[in-house]
Write a protein that binds this ligand. Structure first.
Ligand code: ZN
Length: 302
């Protein structure tokens, strides 16, 4: 048996609409990873961008419908701004924060710094003088950026092995006063005792930034597993236009939550049936690393 105090895994959906089969698959995998290693399984609602009314309740309902259970209270990021501000202050006290006044357009049009990869912040505001900064403060509110000391960082992932990716001067606080996603995730995982992060592999490229940020905040590294996404028959990320992909629309096509759960389990070579049963057969090392090609039933609705 794994030790009792083995930390926690998590699923952290954004409440922007209904969960689709890909989200549900990631949630089930995160649950299997956590439970198979004796960890708690926590839920966190990543609602830094405005959530749709009632969306959180719907998310929890969908997760329960496929048989997921979780521990403790469900946290919402919008309730945790003081915690994020404390982390930014810690970084600022270490001289690792600066104000950035760039618009999206200015960043897109700026010549990129030598050796900096596409999409990385070009460092425009990194070394503004006091008077220039004062002038620009009158024009628009500043975002706060991390003064990164590296340009890349390496993480270890259960499925992808060693992964090295870009670290730039990432945003910590947006210029509308909302903490940035990368900061919030790192602070929350540490605060919640999460030491295992299982999520879609579309987030793998953000992971070096987050792991580097965690190291600057003196936080312990976490175990990562970035699981494959669900793609449509054209090998693109599934979307609503592909047909029935949410529990609600799948139900309209005659596929209830138990069958959705079974489809997800079969896509990772696990037996159909209750999740507890799948847990006994689950072995992270045997997880397929290819995406799941899912052809949603087409709904012919008025
Ligand atoms: Zn800037």
């Amino acid at each position: 048996m794994p030790p009792i105090d083995a930390g926690a895994g998590r699923f952290a959906p954004s409440p922007s609409g209904e969960l689709h089969v890909g989200n549900l698959r990631t949630a089930i995998l995160a649950w299997l990873f956590a439970r198979s290693t004796g960890r708690d399984f926590l839920l966190r609602i990543e609602d830094l961008d405005r959530a749709r009314a009632g969306a959180e309740a719907k998310v929890l309902e969908d997760l329960a419908a496929v048989g997921l259970t979780w521990d403790g209270n469900v946290l919402s990021q919008t309730d945790r701004f003081p915690l994020y501000r404390t982390a930014i202050t810690t970084l600022a006290d270490a001289g690792l924060v600066y104000e950035c006044f760039c618009t999206r357009r200015e960043i897109a049009e700026a010549p990129s710094a030598p050796h900096s990869p596409a999409g990385a912040y070009p460092g425009t505001c990194r070394n503004l003088g006091d008077s220039e900064r004062e002038r620009r403060r009158q024009e628009r509110p500043a975002a706060l950026r991390l003064r990164a000391g590296v340009t890349e960082y390496t993480v270890t992932d259960r499925l992808h092995g060693e992964y090295t990716g870009v670290v730039d001067d990432l945003v910590l606080l947006r210029n509308d006063g909302v903490p940035a996603y990368n900061l919030a995730v790192v602070v929350d995982d540490a605060d919640q005792g999460i030491d295992q992060v299982v999520r879609g592999d579309d987030l793998l490229s953000s992971t070096p930034r987050q792991a580097y940020l965690a190291s600057l905040l003196g936080l312990a590294p976490v175990e990562y597993a970035h699981v494959p996404l669900v793609l449509n028959a054209h090998h693109r990320r599934i979307a609503k236009r592909d047909g029935a992909i949410s529990l609600r629309t799948l139900a309209l096509a005659g596929i209830g939550p138990d069958r959705v759960r079974d489809m997800v389990l079969r896509s990772v070579d696990l037996p159909s049936g209750p999740l507890e049963q799948a847990l006994e057969a689950f072995s992270p090392g045997q997880l397929p690393t290819e995406p799941w090609i899912f052809e949603p039933p087409v709904l012919d609705l008025p």
